[in-house]
Design a protein around this ligand. Structure first.
Ligand code: SF4
Ligand code: SF4
Length: 283
């Protein structure tokens, strides 16, 4: 069972929920927590396991071979991402815009754009009891989150297909990266907060899930701040409310210290039980 934890915006408690849910499930079941928030993975703040392996992820980009090129000018028009331009008798490739589609390399008539592997990021696999934790981290300065997310999902397919649960901590927002992270999930949990900003961003995430045809439910975090507009919206849209996690200063303090919340706060533990019950019933 692959469950994606997502949110329309950052700072709603997505990683907190992913980490606590994964650790609770791992008390009795083989569970993978896959941190796909590759630009800012922070599940590792809460989980310290035994390091199994660290893998350097790479991406393929074309490298112009000046001696072979006949300057036919095809490659700039072949690239949908504007990653190649022709400047006089010079072909310039911009690796930061390249999506590694191989089109220019394969269609260059004289093989003057061979693909070369460049560093993309790292995958770090740790183990802690029944929990496997894989953190994927994009190298600083790079923007290609989706290829790294795909590589992390392939790693999960290869090594953890037999696990009872795979919990995916998705990137925030509704970008390509979020879609890459959630599209293979069996179920998505959207987490929000009961504020106008939370409601607006939740509605975008809901649209995305509906577009993907994904079953999903919503967790309202920091219940007690803001207003009840989020609950009215869920009722109106016939969206399952999985649980409400109360707002409390003590919870915020424990979070800031890197504590595992469900072990110290019965209200969080109870919310996790409700979430597990809902998601198992939905599948
Ligand atoms: S398609 Fe190949 S031969 Fe033509 S300009 Fe580009 S690199 Fe040169
Ligand atoms: S591999 Fe694809 S995206 Fe990259 S430069 Fe070539 S055509 Fe553009």
């Amino acid at each position: 069972m692959r469950i994606a934890i997502a949110s329309g915006k950052g700072g709603t408690g997505k990683t907190t929920l992913a980490v606590n849910l994964a650790l609770k499930l791992a008390e009795s079941k083989n569970t993978l927590l896959l941190d796909l928030d590759v630009e800012e993975p922070n599940g590792g703040i809460f989980i310290e396991g035994q390091c199994i392996v660290t893998i350097e992820a790479r991406r393929m980009v074309p490298v112009w071979q000046q001696n072979a090129c006949n300057l036919c000018g095809k490659c700039p028009s072949l690239c949908r991402y504007n990653a190649i331009i022709k400047l006089g008798d010079y072909i310039m490739v911009m690796p930061e815009l390249c999506h590694s589609c191989h089109a220019c390399s394969e269609l260059c008539p004289v093989n003057a754009l061979p693909m070369q592997a460049l560093p993309l990021g790292t995958l770090k696999h740790q183990s802690l009891g029944k929990l496997d934790f894989v953190e994927s981290r994009l190298n600083i300065g790079l923007e290609q989150a989706s290829p790294l997310i795909s590589q992390a999902l392939s790693y999960a397919d290869k090594h953890f297909a037999g696990h009872d649960y795979q919990i995916l901590d998705s990137p925030p927002g509704t970008s390509c990266a979020m879609i890459s992270a959630t599209k293979t999930a069996d179920y998505a949990i959207l987490i929000t907060e009961p504020t106008p900003f939370g409601l607006y961003d939740l509605s975008l995430a809901v649209e995305t899930m509906r577009h993907l045809g994904k079953p999903f439910g919503v967790v309202v975090n920091r219940w007690g701040i803001g207003n009840s507009d989020v609950l009215d919206y869920l009722k109106r849209e016939n969206i399952p409310l999985l649980a409400k996690i109360p707002h409390a200063r003590e919870i915020a303090i424990a979070y800031s210290q890197g504590d595992i919340l469900y072990q110290g706060f019965p209200a969080v533990d109870e919310a996790l039980d409700q979430i597990i019950k809902h998601m198992e019933a939905a599948l």
